[in-house]
Design a protein around this ligand. Structure first.
Ligand code: FAD
Length: 460
C-alpha cells in the first residue's frame, strides 16, 4: 500500500523544468476526478503520462458535488437500469477498497408530492437486486419528527465521500505510479504536428510558458471540455450542456435531523438530499442550465428554493444560520428539455488520438478511466489489461504531523488548497477551520521554497 514518493512544490518545479525532454504517451487536460482517474490508470498500465490542471487539483466540479457515491434511485424512475447497475457496482467496489468512501443510511420520505410508496418499495427492491447491501424495504410511520406533510419513510443504504479528497488520492496514486501531475498549469493551445500533439502550457504561478508533447490527448476538462475541443480545432455536439447545482450548509446542531434524508421538493418535485456529516449538514441541490463553465455563483433564489424545500421536512430554518454554500457545474451529455432529463452517463468521443470525456459522475470515475485506457491503448497500438484498475495506492498518515505530510506528499501550493480540498475542514469543520488555517499558513511560510508565492492567489 505504501509507495510514497515526494510530491511537493519542489517536485512540481523540477517536473516543469524537465517538460521539453519527454514525448508523453498521454497528456491529460483536467485534474478533477475524471483526469485523476485517467492519470492513475494510464500510469498503472505503464504509459508515460502527464496531467495538467489549471487550478488546484479538484478545483472544478469535483469539489462541488453532493458527495454521494451512489447508484441514483432517481435514474431507476427514468428507466436507466443499466446506468444504476454500473454505478452500484462502482459504489460497492469503492466501499470495499477505500475508507474515503463510507456507508450512509438514507431515509426516503413519503407524503403528498413524493413518489407513491409502492413505487419507492419497488425501486428499493430493484436497487437491492442491482447492488445488494440493502434489506427488504419496510415502511416506517413519521415518528412526529418530520413536517406534518410527511407520512413516513423507507430506509436504504448508499455511500458518501469527500469528493475532493478522492481526487487527491487518485492524483497522488498516479504520481506514485510515475505520472507527472501539475496543478496550476493551464493548457493554452493545442496543435498537431506529425501525428503528435503539442500543448502550450502556462505556469499559472510564474506566467512562464512550457511545451508538452504527447501521442494522445485526454480531454478531461469536465464542464470546460467543449473549450478544450475548440482549442484543438474540433467541433463539439450541441448535446453537451452545462447545469449548475448549489448546496447550503448548516451546523449539524441547527438542523432537526441526525439521519440522511431524500425527498422530493414540494415546490417542483425534484429530488433533494439532506446529508449530515460529522459537524455540519449539507442540503442540495439545484439543477439549472448555464451557458458558461465559469458560472460558480450561488444565486439567492436557489438558496431560497433549498431552504423552502427543506423546511417542508425539518421545520423552520434560519437563513442567517447558513454557514457556507458552494456551487458546481455539471458537464452533461445527452438529450433533454430540462437538466434533470439529461442522462448522467458518460460518453467518449475519440478522433486521431484526441479523446474527450463528456458527462459522467464521480461514482463512475473508474469505469470512465478504464474506457479511456482502452481507447488510448487502441490508438497507440497496445494491448492492455484494465481489470481491477485504477487502484488507489496512497494513504495519508493519520498520526504525527498531518499538515507537514500533506505539504510533502500532496502538492498543495496555497494554504487554502489544504483546508478546502485536502482536509476539507473549510466545509466540514466550522469550529476548527480557522485554527487549522493559521497553523498551515505558518507551515507554508516556513517550508515552501523561495519563489513560490503563498500569500495571494495566482491570477488564473
Ligand atoms: C451540484 C452537483 C452535484 C453532484 N453530485 C454528485 C454526486 O452526489 N455523486 C456523483 O457521483 N456525482 C455527482 N455530480 C457529478 C460530478 O460531480 C461530476 O460528474 C464530476 O465531478 C466531473 O468531474 P470532471 O473531472 O469531469 O470535471 P471537473 O471536476 O470540473 O474537472 C475538470 C478540470 O479541468 C480543469 N481545466 C479546465 N480547463 C483547463 C485548461 N485549459 N487547462 C488545464 N486544466 C483545465 C478545471 O480546472 C477542472 O478542475 C454532481 C455534480 C454537481 C454539479
Amino acid at each position: 500500500m505504501k509507495m510514497e514518493k515526494e510530491f511537493s512544490a519542489e517536485t512540481r518545479n523540477n517536473d516543469l523544468d524537465s517538460l521539453g525532454k519527454t514525448v508523453f504517451d498521454a497528456v491529460i487536460i483536467g485534474g478533477g476526478i475524471t483526469g485523476a482517474g485517467c492519470a492513475n490508470i494510464l500510469s498503472q498500465i505503464g504509459l508515460k503520462t502527464i496531467l495538467l490542471e489549471k487550478g488546484d487539483f479538484a478545483s472544478g466540479t469535483s469539489s462541488g458535488s453532493s458527495k454521494l457515491i451512489h447508484g441514483g434511485l432517481r435514474y431507476l424512475d427514468q428507466g436507466k437500469l443499466g446506468l444504476t447497475r454500473n454505478l452500484l457496482k462502482e459504489r460497492n467496489y469503492l466501499l470495499g477498497h477505500t475508507d474515503l468512501v463510507t456507508p450512509v443510511e438514507f431515509r426516503i420520505l413519503t407524503g403528498p408530492g413524493s413518489w407513491k410508496p409502492w413505487k419507492i418499495r419497488l425501486g428499493l427492491i430493484l436497487y437491492k437486486i442491482l447492488g445488494g447491501k440493502n434489506r427488504f424495504p419496510a415502511f416506517h410511520k413519521n415518528p412526529g419528527i418530520y413536517g406534518s406533510g410527511i407520512d413516513g419513510y423507507f430506509t436504504y443504504m448508499d455511500a458518501k465521500a469527500n469528493d475532493a479528497e478522492l481526487v487527491i488520492y487518485n492524483i497522488v496514486s498516479a504520481h506514485n505510479s510515475g505520472s507527472v501531475c501539475l496543478n496550476y498549469a493551464s493548457s493554452e493551445s493545442i496543435s498537431s504536428v506529425n501525428g503528435e500533439y503539442r500543448i502550450d502550457v502556462r505556469d499559472v504561478i510564474t506566467g512562464k510558458r512550457h511545451t508538452v508533447n504527447g501521442r494522445t490527448v485526454i480531454n478531461a476538462a469536465g464542464p470546460w471540455a467543449a473549450e478544450i475541443m475548440k482549442m484543438a480545432g474540433l467541433s463539439f455536439s450541441e448535446k453537451f450542456r452545462l447545469s449548475r447545482g448549489i448546496h447550503i450548509i448548516f451546523r449539524k446542531d441547527d438542523l432537526n435531523t441526525d439521519s440522511a434524508l431524500a425527498f422530493r421538493s414540494p415546490i417542483d418535485g425534484r429530488q433533494i438530499f439532506i446529508i449530515p456529516w460529522e459537524h455540519v449538514t449539507v442540503i442540495g441541490t439545484t439543477d439549472t442550465f448555464v451557458e458558461t463553465p465559469d458560472n460558480f455563483s450561488v444565486p439567492d433564489n436557489e438558496v431560497e428554493y433549498l431552504l423552502k424545500s427543506a423546511e417542508y421536512v425539518v421545520g423552520k430554518l434560519d437563513r442567517h444560520k447558513i454557514i457556507g454554500t458552494y456551487s458546481g457545474i455539471r458537464p452533461l451529455y445527452g438529450e433533454g428539455e430540462t437538466p434533470g432529463e439529461i442522462s448522467r452517463d458518460f460518453s467518449i468521443v475519440s478522433r486521431n488520438g484526441f479523446i474527450s470525456v463528456l458527462g459522467g459522475k464521480i461514482t463512475d470515475y473508474r469505469r470512465v478511466s478504464r474506457s479511456v485506457a482502452i481507447e488510448t491503448a487502441k490508438h497507440l497500438g497496445l494491448k492492455v489489461h484494465v481489470k481491477g484498475l485504477p487502484a488507489i495506492n496512497y494513504r495519508r498518515e493519520e498520526h504525527g504531523d498531518i499538515y507537514r505530510h500533506i505539504l510533502k506528499y500532496e502538492c498543495p501550493l496555497y494554504p487554502e488548497d489544504v483546508i478546502r480540498r485536502r482536509t476539507g475542514s473549510e466545509l466540514f469543520d466550522p469550529d476548527g477551520r480557522d485554527e487549522e488555517m493559521a497553523e498551515i499558513q505558518k507551515l507554508f511560510k516556513d517550508a515552501l521554497k523561495e519563489g513560490v508565492p503563498v500569500d495571494k492567489r495566482p491570477d488564473s
